[in-house]
Design a protein around this ligand. Structure first.
Ligand code: C2E
Ligand code: CA
Ligand code: CA
Length: 567
């Protein structure tokens, strides 16, 4: 039987409409329409598990078996009707893509095979396209590693739900996992991925209907929950156990997180992305500044941000105008009372007020501006030494702080040496203070940096000694000249036996390695006495002197002698 042109045209029209239709139900409506057209010739009834009905007649019309990626068309369950099997060829590979069964009572001669093939092909294309669309939708909305929603999907869902219930009802959170890198480091990247997958799925379970958790990439997540569920969510998300990772040295890991929280005020209107940005800031501040796992974005934080922005904005001009200036704190031999050195500590003279480093250093550090500040202070220090020499004075060695960020500045040593030369002083007049490093790449660089500077004849001191986790191996690998015992040890040296023992062993090692050792933050005579008893003679602290400006320091250099501790 010839295919009737009008039927073909009608099917083509429907096929086009299907291509334009985007929702599932529209596609199925069109399938039903198509079947309706075919029904002009045949009564094709379809039945089965995943059922769809003809919207008009209410009759079951199609069952799509998607498991094998093919469409299966059944009759209404009555066995014995005529059955057709349609094959589809692709690159010579043939596979069944549709079955069609017809009502009992039909005759072979009643069946138009060409029309049925045409219909089967259309259904096949439509269902495989639907499968593809499903896959695409999934790829567009799910994170490829974990399968949980991605940020685009969370945003879509958030917009939908807040349109209905209002954004004030929901709290938005941004999470960054704590020490997750550790798993990658000890067990490898594969175990790390496995861990992220496990973690993600658990996180998803902490959310209810109308709530959502998604992965933003790496170990970063975005979540929104009902306000009423916030406490419960935080309690659960603060520590999540993941277990049985391949190659991991431990059976299970407790994963904590830095969490930034955005809660909207009564009439506040903010988009999803603006809220995410707020939560992001709170999360970052919790991590780098407050060391607190949950931080809410609010007025305090906003003020701090403004301050941060002011610092960044004012920085270039402040450097140019020499507003950053060193104050000098004396280092003293406690046994003899002799002045043995100074540390240059940065102050910002801004609008006739001195600002202390804790007000601007963290911001400059975050913005990558700290090497510039360090070099500026170093230059001012060298300039001061030149001036004292020109006055006929003989200032002792002065140390200057260099942040770890300097380790990543190419050829920083050349700039340091040029400053020394330009000010006409010697590398023996100064000392470079560097804090202990935590990260492996910093550690490697630190070793190289110290070697180069030592090659130029500079003195190196390890600042805040004892606060890092690699302190002892540092002593072994780095040829530093001076160890500065951190103030936190000095604070407890007279009360805490354990600290005293620790300090004593550090002193013993330093002495054996011919390193100088100096205690920071000595505030009382008792602390000084105890340190001397333990073998540390040098000190820097308020007991002797607070950091002082150029003028006062000039006086100290002229007449300095401190009272020796009676030992
Ligand atoms: P730091 O290098 O550990 O410097 C010692 C800090 O302890 C100084 O604080 C000093 O004034 C203070 N201090 C000294 N003796 C005592 C004491 O007996 N009691 C108490 N309570 N404090 C004492 P300051 O000047 O506020 O500097 C704080 C930190 O800022 C420094 O710690 C250093 O990490 C950083 N910093 C200062 N200037 C610079 C700089 O030019 N570059 C860099 N990168 N960091 C700097
Ligand atoms: Ca220091
Ligand atoms: Ca220090």
């Amino acid at each position: 039987m010839e295919l009737r042109d009008d039927i073909i045209e009608e099917l083509k029209r429907l096929f086009r409409a299907e291509a334009e239709a985007d929702s599932k139900s529209a596609i199925y409506d069109n399938v039903c329409e198509m079947l309706h057209v075919v029904r002009l010739y045949y009564t094709v009834k379809l039945d089965g598990g995943d059922q769809y009905r003809n919207q008009r007649t209410g009759r079951l019309v199609i069952d799509i078996d998607e498991e094998e990626g093919r469409s299966v068309l059944y009759d209404s369950g009555k066995k014995g009707g005529i059955r057709r099997c349609f094959n589809y060829c692709f690159h010579g590979l043939e596979h069944i893509h549709a079955y069609m069964e017809f009502e009992e009572g039909l005759d072979e001669s009643d069946i138009d095979d060409e029309l049925c093939r045409f219909l089967a092909d259309i259904l096949y294309v439509m269902t495989s396209r639907r499968n593809m669309q499903k896959m695409l939708n999934h790829a567009e909305s799910a994170d490829s590693l974990t399968g949980i929603p991605n940020i685009a999907f969370v945003q879509k869902k958030y917009n939908r739900v807040t349109q209905k219930k209002g954004p004030q009802e929901f709290t938005l959170l941004r999470m960054n996992l704590r020490n997750f890198k550790y798993i990658n480091e000890v067990a490898g990247a594969k175990a790390g991925d496995e861990g992220i997958i496990q973690y993600s799925r658990k996180l998803l379970r902490f959310t209810d209907e109308d709530e959502c958790a998604g992965r933003m990439g790496g170990d970063n997540f975005v979540i929104y929950v009902h306000n009423r569920n916030l406490d419960r969510f935080l309690k659960r998300a603060k520590s999540v156990t993941i277990s049985k990772l391949k190659n991991a040295p431990k059976k299970q890991f407790e994963i904590g997180a830095w969490i930034g929280v955005s809660v909207l005020g009564g009439d506040e209107r903010k988009s999803f992305l603006d809220r995410l940005n707020d939560a992001n800031i709170a999360c970052g501040m919790g991590k780098s500044r407050f060391k607190r796992d949950v931080v809410f974005y609010g007025e305090d934080l906003k003020k701090m941000m403004m301050k941060g922005r002011n610092v960044i904005g004012a920085f270039p001009l402040a450097v140019k105008n020499h507003e950053f200036t060193p104050f000098f704190q004396a280092k003293v031999n406690m046994k003899t009372g002799k002045l043995v050195g100074f540390e240059a500590l940065c102050r910002w003279l801004h609008e006739d007020k001195y600002i202390f480093p804790d007000q601007f250093i963290p911001t400059l550090d975050r913005e990558g501006l700290i090497p510039e500040l360090d070099l500026a202070i170093f230059n001012e220090t060298c300039r001061a030494i030149r001036m004292w020499k020109d006055m006929g004075l003989n200032p002792p060695r002065i140390s200057s702080n260099f942040s770890k960020k300097n380790l990543f500045v190419p050829k920083i040593e050349n700039r340091i040496m040029k400053i020394i030369e330009d000010n006409g002083i010697s590398s023996q007049d100064v000392e470079i203070e560097i804090t202990e490093s935590m990260k492996d790449d910093e550690y490697e660089r630190l070793i190289g940096f110290v070697k180069i500077l030592k090659g130029h004849g500079l003195f190196i001191s390890i600042d805040d000694f004892g606060t890092g986790y690699s302190s002892l191996s540092l002593l072994h690998n780095i040829e530093a000249d001076v160890i500065k015992i951190d103030k936190s040890f000095t604070d407890v040296v007279t009360e805490d036996k354990k600290s005293a023992i620790l300090i004593e062993s550090i002193i013993t090692i330093a002495n054996k390695l011919n390193m100088e050792i100096i205690a920071e933050g000595v505030e009382t005579r008792e602390q000084g006495q105890m340190l001397v008893d333990l073998g540390c003679n040098l000190a820097q602290g308020y007991y002797y002197s607070k950091p002082a400006d150029f003028q006062t320091t000039t006086e100290i250099i002229r007449s300095a002698s401190y009272k020796p501790l009676i030992v």
